[in-house]
Design a protein around this ligand. Sequence first.
Ligand code: ADP
Ligand code: MG
Length: 702
Amino acid sequence: MPPARRFIGARDGRIERGRRSNPGSHRRSHGFSRWKRRNIPRPFRRVRSTAAPARVHGGVAIAAAVLLRSRESGRGDSAIIPASPDSALRAAQAVTIRQLPDTLVNQIAAGEVIERPASVVKELVENALDAGARRIDIDLEEGGVRLIRVRDDGGGIEPDELPLAVSRHATSKIASLDDLEGVATLGFRGEALPSIASVSRFALISRRAGGGHAAMLEVDGGRVGTVVPKAHPPGTTVEVRDLFFNVPARRKFLKAERTELGHIEEWLRQLALARPDVELRVSHNGKPSRRWKGEGDLLSEVRLHEALGEEFARNALRVDHHGPAPAAGAAQGLRLHGWIAQPSYNRASADQQYLYVNGRAVRDRSIAHAVKQAYADVLFHGRQPAYVLFLELDPRRVDVNVHPAKHEVRFRDARLIHDFVYRTLEQALAETRAGAAVGVAAPAQAPMQAVAGAASAAAPAYRWGAPQAPLGLQVAEARAGYAALYGPAAVAAAPQPTPALPANEDPSLPPLGYAIAQLHGIYILAESADGLIVVDMHAAHERIQYEKLKAAHDGEGLRSQPLLVPATLAVSEREAEAAEREADTLAALGFEVTRSGPQSLTLRSVPALLAHGDVEALLRDVLADLREHGESRRVAAARDELLATMACHGAVRANRRLTLPEMNALLREMEATERSGQCNHGRPTWARFSLAEIDRWFLRGR
Ligand SMILES: Nc1ncnc2c1ncn2[C@@H]1O[C@H](COP(=O)(O)OP(=O)(O)O)[C@@H](O)[C@H]1O
Ligand SMILES: [Mg+2]
């Protein structure tokens, strides 16, 4: 048997080491073609060594250095480099450290900041907004690959500052670490323009708003020209031609014109939602393709209609909630405002989820998680909620310098924010009682419903003239609890729209009206003030039962039940630490857990209601949540799931004949129950057909 032979393989600059016995020539070539099949440039494929095992490790690091150098110098295919100690030593002596040329530095930065034409548009438009532009024109050719021209009417740049604008780490937006910690502009890194200019044919033309002359500076693939006079109105134009013309590797990753244009449009939509006060005009290949008119009003709902469509707008609940001013010194409290879609309007993917932190569009896992939790009890399984949410807080409480393209932020008190978002939205969704919300076929005159904060309990979003108390006890209690949590400052001063009731509406009728019949043993038909209400009686009853069960169990608290024999759980050290640290939280959830070793826990009591389920798996999930989000709703969610099943079994079945008084009782309970607009699975429980709509069916003019 031939001796075992070592080899070191390297791909993508990563070095792998392996041992293979019996490397006959057949096997060897097989190994080689395996790398080849993965389409890896040959010089990085493989480094072979027959060195003594003890020396190989050092050889690995040096061989890597050799590889990088051969890649840099463009030496090609012949480079299968022996990593023997001798050659490695020689290679090590040849390594010198040198400063990279500016253009290359900028191109490396461009690798992070400029992924595709949409990233260029983003950076340029953000610069225009930072310069106070009221109107921005964006001309594109071939999906932005051939040309991106962004012209604004903002403050402009002095001619002698043009070279600074395209040099790295030069910015007018911050001057000190202190500024960085409270950034209020969209840009601050001073690297967008030099990065873009290093990978395109670039021109910057500008004139200060206060007067002076306009000038232009061209940069060609990083080579900076000289400033020359040029005619231009006050403001700035940036022209970016032939993106990535000098970076073929990047150019290869660009997609079809349509796709790149789609990315730009999606980004502009995101921006348009946040800045309705700015006019945006887009043209593609010489033709106007989109115009976002400036609205003047930052809370304008026109943009919402334009960006996300009528359907979203019709189903949107307006949210506006101020948190209390934080006690310790910080100047400003939290505010969450925007629109969330009613649960019955939901999506297959997360394509209508817009989140802004201090006006900047970001992705944030923790907030996305908080929103998902708020919807957990009302959304159809596997569906995604839709929302446009603006979180505002003191810039000092959020770090925006986390991601080169500024897509992410880091909160100084992430737990508090998670909790704030969750509670605000959970409360807003609890208000989706049947009759109160917009409904499936909403009247056009009340497209938006305001969801206000705690103390406005006496003024429901919709004006009800019902003799029945519109607010069920649970609702009032939940509000009281909420007020206690956040204090009186939690009172959101959201404007209360009171949609005008149609003239013929009878104020003595309750929102869901009075039952007139049962249809096919499934639906209740009711006559309401403005038409016909159809209720899915099983779905509605199920939700009512469910909310009652939850309220009953909430009142009791989570009882804990001791295990007959304590269970020992093998966990990771990090889980064990989390369990120790969060013992009080776990106790409040009904778990009595102690650490019994570096990697083991002893479980003595579990939540009583869930004692028959897989409590160990539940505990692990809870620990994972506590580590990641600082809180866990798993126990509540597991409990809710159980209660939902019980509610489903307890709810009226199809084909049960109901008497009119029974049906009316159900309608009145719906009006008083939180979340009764959807069943436990997130399906709508009722629909309204207005008389006007029915008249239209029969072409009946009134
Ligand atoms: N459209 C514009 N209007 C006015 N000034 C601009 C514009 N674009 C860029 N600038 C100036 O050029 C500087 C550099 O821009 P950039 O490289 O994007 O860095 P940053 O935006 O992070 O400061 C900005 O700080 C700003 O002073
Ligand atoms: Mg910028």
